[in-house]
Ligand binder design. Structure first.
Ligand code: HEM
Ligand SMILES: [Cu+2]
Length: 653
């Protein structure tokens, strides 16, 4: 427990210093586009008409503003009314735009600073909130992982101890799956879906904000164990009674799967808190999914037919559909577990075989969940990869149909997590068949990507490196998945590190790699600056080597029969455990390089003057979001010029 508090505090201090560092630099005059005065990150958050009107009124026109939609009612759009009237001339440093880029020459009548971020309903702002939250959780879940891997350096549990180790792998998994992976994908979805389909915002901007804002309280509930431990320690001297209350909440240690009877019989009240937190995050995720579906169906620009919808949007649509079917089931299961724990119901009582019922319910959510996490990254690869091969994605239709096929099939394979539970052998065999079948549409995608690469004119920019990394880890994850889908193999490997190796290819490889590909690809669009290419390459190689050391290390441990989720192990496994831990350390190092690159480049990276950063026009791949960016740049130039003229005239007068 002390170790976790120490780890958490250390992370907190590092983050605080880091934030102060960013903040200190941000408040200094930044070298913004075409002017020196745009240091603020204030925007017009979510009120397109208003922004357009103000910029027109005050700067004499804003040509090329794409936010011309008239379909939304005024009440929908004027959702966070500002205090400043139109006649007042705002200070010049407010000339910025939604999201985090500065210096577009917009004038805002919206609240600024913290209030802006708390009240915004602009899709770009909410995207940034999701991304920031996701990165924070990535660091927190990552610090759990690093502590767990430190414990595993020695065969006895002498670093943090068995109980803490159990807590670490539990909170690591829950944090990464529910608080990092889903939010980070929703962040990209929010920022880019409207830009890609030519909508002016998500269909329901306020529901969008609610969907995000339930996440922080959910995170507090889920991770309350560590918070309460710290409180208990702090209050120890002052109020022993209060300290005892807080000390009762221990971080959850029953694994992310919450299998009964362990999860029912463990007294720790923090389990109830975590179940409520998960429920809350599920509500947020479901709201987000509804919004994505409504946006894709109702907000597409008239010229974006289904046949022209980009693959990222397609995968978001299918992902949202999966969420709608899977998450309510998780919610119901969690409530039943909560009732079993608190008022003595017996949904999952061992005597009636209820623990098997739990596994069915959990995995009916749990397997689709892995595709909920992996489909949008597939979409990102399909979107980014062709841009660096100079040719269009090979077999667009195959990729779309295989996405749908994966979506449907993913609900028919859940019992492959239960092959060893003694379920009916015939049913078990049918699950094996569907599991192996699901590898087919996954492989179809891989072949499409490889074919796109095959005849392409490959440019190894960072987004491309990450796409290739994502595909190669996907192949190993997929092949090991097919082995696990085969009953005789799974009977041997279930419960071993082989399973952990299998999914870490996806979860530390494919998913973050595809996200990083997109982050590097769109970084210039989001920040109007270029990232450091050498640092991006270092980030890739550290992560790629790290992920492979980690995942292959774990696969081999599993093949040698080592059970997962144990702090202690026989001494002969030390070399492989150490290899895996070195892999984890390389990954961690890579992410530090990434974070440094992002912040440093956001502050002082080379300013982007031409929207065609990646030379896409040459290949006819200058897509809609980049057109949007080009409009923004032109607008920025014209408003800056008109502003400069006005000031010059004023000065003359
Ligand atoms: C080719 C497609 C895939 C196949 C055939 C497959 C197959 C399997 C099988 C059979 C298991 C159960 C192993 C066991 O517990 O004995 C499993 C576990 C798992 N897979 Fe996959 N999988 C595939 C893709 C994925 C993807 C894309 C992800 C993640 C995004 C993923 C994440 C997981 C996770 C997290 C577990 C373990 C859950 C746990 O017990 O904690 N899998 N997979
Ligand atoms: Cu599965």
């Amino acid at each position: 427990m002390y170790a976790e508090i120490l780890g958490g505090t250390l992370l907190g201090v590092v983050l605080l210093v880091f934030c102060l560092w960013i903040d200190g630099r941000l408040t200094r005059p930044a070298r913004a586009f075409a002017t020196d005065n745009d240091t603020d990150i204030r925007t017009d958050g979510g009120e397109p008409n208003d922004a357009r009107r103000t910029s027109k009124d005050e700067h004499g026109g804003s040509s090329g503003n794409e936010r011309t939609d008239g379909s939304r009612s005024t009440s929908e759009m004027s959702s966070n009314g500002g205090e400043r009237t139109e006649r007042e001339s705002p200070p010049r440093d407010e000339r910025t735009d939604g999201g985090i880029a500065t210096g577009y020459g917009f004038v805002t009548s919206k609240p600024t600073g913290l209030i802006r971020w708390l009240t915004t309903v602009d899709h770009k702002d909410i995207g940034v909130l999701y991304l920031t939250f996701g990165v924070f959780m990535f660091l927190w879940g990552g610090s759990d992982a690093m502590m767990a891997r430190t414990e595993l350096l020695t065969p006895s549990a002498e670093v943090f101890g068995i109980q803490t180790y159990n807590e670490l792998f539990t909170t690591h998994a829950i944090t990464m799956l529910f608080l990092f992976a889903t939010p980070i994908l929703f962040g990209l979805a929010n920022y880019f879906l409207p830009l890609l389909i030519g909508a002016d915002d998500m269909a329901f901007p306020r529901i969008n904000a609610i969907a995000f804002w339930v996440l922080p309280p959910a995170a507090v509930l889920i991770r309350f164990g560590i918070i309460s431990d710290s409180m208990a320690l702090l209050l120890g001297a002052v109020s022993p009674a209060l300290s005892t209350v807080f000390a009762a909440f221990e971080p959850v240690s029953v694994a992310w799967t919450f299998y009964p009877p362990l999860s029912v019989q463990t007294a720790n009240p923090q389990i109830d808190m975590a179940l409520l937190g998960l429920h809350l995050s599920g509500i947020g995720t479901t709201l987000g999914a509804i919004n994505i579906i409504a946006t894709v169906f109702a907000e597409r620009s008239p010229d974006v037919g289904w046949e022209r919808l980009d693959i990222f949007s397609w995968t978001l649509l299918v992902q949202a559909g999966l969420i709608l079917f899977a998450f309510p089931l998780l919610g119901a299961t969690l409530i039943m577990l909560l009732l079993d724990r608190s008022i003595g119901t017996s949904f999952f009582a061992v005597e009636q075989g209820g623990y098997i019922l739990f596994q069915h319910l959990f995995w009916f959510f749990g397997h689709p969940e892995v595709y909920i996490l992996v489909l949008p990254p597939f979409g990102l690869i399909s979107l980014v990869l062709p841009k660096f091969t100079g040719r269009k994605l090979f077999g667009y239709q195959f990729v779309v149909y295989s996405t749908m096929a994966i979506g449907v099939l993913s609900f028919g394979v859940w019992a492959h997590h239960m092959f060893t539970t003694g379920i009916n052998p015939q049913i078990r065999a049918s699950f094996m068949a569907i599991t192996i079948a699901i590898a087919v549409p996954t492989a179809v995608k891989v072949f499409n990507w490889v074919t796109t690469l095959w005849t392409g004119n490959i440019r190894l920019e960072a987004p491309m490196l990450f796409c290739i990394g994502a595909i190669s880890t996907l192949i190993f994850g997929g092949v090991t998945g097919v082995f696990l889908g085969s009953i005789p193999v799974d009977l041997l490997y279930h419960g071993t590190y082989y399973v952990v190796g299998h999914f870490h290819f996806f979860i530390t490889g494919t998913i973050p790699f595809a996200v990083f590909a997109a982050v590097y690809y769109w970084f210039p669009l989001m920040s109007r600056r270029m990232y450091s290419r050498p640092l991006a390459a270092a980030h890739f190689w550290l992560s790629f080597v790290g992920v492979n050391l980690l995942s292959f290390g774990m696969l081999l441990l599993g093949m040698l029969g080592l059970p997962r989720r144990s702090a202690t192990y026989p001494a002969e496994f030390v070399p492989l455990q150490v290899t895996a831990s070195i892999g984890a350390a390389l990954i961690a190092l890579g992410q530090i390089v990434w974070l440094y690159n992002m912040v440093q480049s956001y502050r002082s990276g080379r300013i982007v003057m031409d929207a065609d950063v990646w030379g896409l026009k040459e290949y006819g791949q200058f897509t809609r979001e980049w057109e949007w960016f080009e409009n923004r740049l032109e607008q920025a130039q014209s408003t800056t010029e008109s502003h400069d003229d006005a000031e010059r005239n004023e000065a003359k007068a």
